[in-house]
Design a protein around this ligand. Structure first.
Ligand SMILES: Nc1ncnc2c1ncn2[C@@H]1O[C@H](COP(=O)(O)OP(=O)(O)O)[C@@H](O)[C@H]1O
Ligand SMILES: [Mg+2]
Length: 322
């Protein structure tokens, strides 16, 4: 049974169809990246899953329980981090957490322990007597996450938790999410930036104008978007010859010679060949070393270029939407 499932989930605001028959499946322990531009319907979906909005038609389920019918059983299972934290005047960090722990019926010594545990996990122990309103946005986001961890939910629903954060705070949130993933939580996290989620998530869904364009693994999305892998190859000598050899390999679309960037990672300061595969034509880049050796060429560098997910996303949505 999936941990999160939507079946033809549709949500209308008056005339506007914000979600159009959305079918999402997220399994236990998955970290699901929910990606789409502003206005796509991410927040609406998350609010339905968080039992805060009722579907116009279709269904949303958490652990087999149906939103709108079994909200009371669903709520203890989920932790919802909204896109904006409300204002909490005159409250310090530990009071804020104790307030919400009390709301979850966590009392006495247990409350103290749970609050300390989540402060530790979110790296906020040193801020426990600081005013909530005086925290940086990054710390406020961590505190929001701390709050939804108090009742140890199985499912975390996070609406753009990294938006508006500086790069350092983004990394801190990402590290925290990795911890939560290790703890076995099922995580849905939305963003309008694809690469932000690529490292963290094993599955992704792409939504645009209320329609789900794609739901699957990160690997699948790349195959579907048919982004050619680029392989960087260095040889000890006869660079031009090597380039010609690669040019004739099946599946290689384009070969160019470029200057290395001087780092060990970039192949030193020597020249490198960039060979781009056309994913549609098949072809296997692991053949490259053999082919070079068979042509009497000595390979000094071989590296796969990290795939640009942003490009994959653009190609995918273009192809499907237009
Ligand atoms: N309460 C509301 N009333 C009317 N329209 C809304 C409301 N909330 C969202 N919308 C509209 O629904 C669409 C989806 O919004 P939203 O779910 O917030 O998208 P996202 O989170 O992906 O930016 C948008 O066109 C938005 O303007
Ligand atoms: Mg939103």
């Amino acid at each position: 049974m999936p941990m999160i499932e939507t079946i033809n989930l549709t949500k209308r605001y008056g005339e506007l169809t914000a979600l159009n028959s959305l079918n999402l499946t997220i399994n236990e322990g998955d970290c699901f990246g929910f990606i789409g531009p502003n206005g796509a319907g991410k927040t609406t979906t998350i609010k339905v899953l968080a039992t805060l909005l009722k579907p116009s038609s279709g269904q949303a389920q958490i652990a087999g329980l149906t939103v709108g019918y079994q909200n009371r059983q669903i709520r203890p299972l989920i932790g919802y981090v909204p896109d904006f934290m409300g204002a909490y005047q005159d409250m310090v960090v530990h009071e804020y957490l104790e307030f919400f722990a009390a709301a979850y019926n966590i009392n006495g010594m247990q409350r103290k322990k749970v609050v300390n545990d989540v402060l530790e996990l979110t790296d906020l122990t040193y801020k426990q007597t600081a005013e909530v309103n005086g925290l940086s946005r990054g710390m406020q986001q961590r505190l929001s996450i701390a709050r939804v961890l108090l009742h140890d939910p199985k499912v975390l629903l996070m609406d753009e938790p990294a938006s508006g954060l500086d790069p350092r705070a983004r990394i801190e949130i990402r590290e925290l999410l990795k911890e939560l993933k290790k703890m076995g939580k099922t995580i849905l996290i939305s963003s309008h930036i694809l690469h932000e989620l690529a490292e963290l998530c094993n599955t992704v869904g792409i939504i645009e104008k209320g329609e789900l364009l794609f739901n699957g693994t990160v690997d699948e999305i790349l195959r579907r978007a048919k982004v050619g892998h680029v392989i960087h190859v260095g040889v000890a000598e006869r660079l031009q010859d090597a380039a010609k050899v690669l040019q004739t390999m099946p599946g290689i679309e384009k070969v160019s010679i470029v200057q290395g960037d001087g780092t060990a990672h970039g192949g030193g300061t020597g020249q490198l060949i960039h060979a781009q595969f056309d994913a549609r034509m098949g072809g296997d880049f692991t053949d490259i070393p053999n082919v070079l050796v068979n042509n009497g060429l000595r390979m000094t560098h071989f590296q796969e270029e990290p795939v640009n997910l942003e490009t994959a996303f653009m190609r995918l949505t273009k192809g499907l939407v237009q």
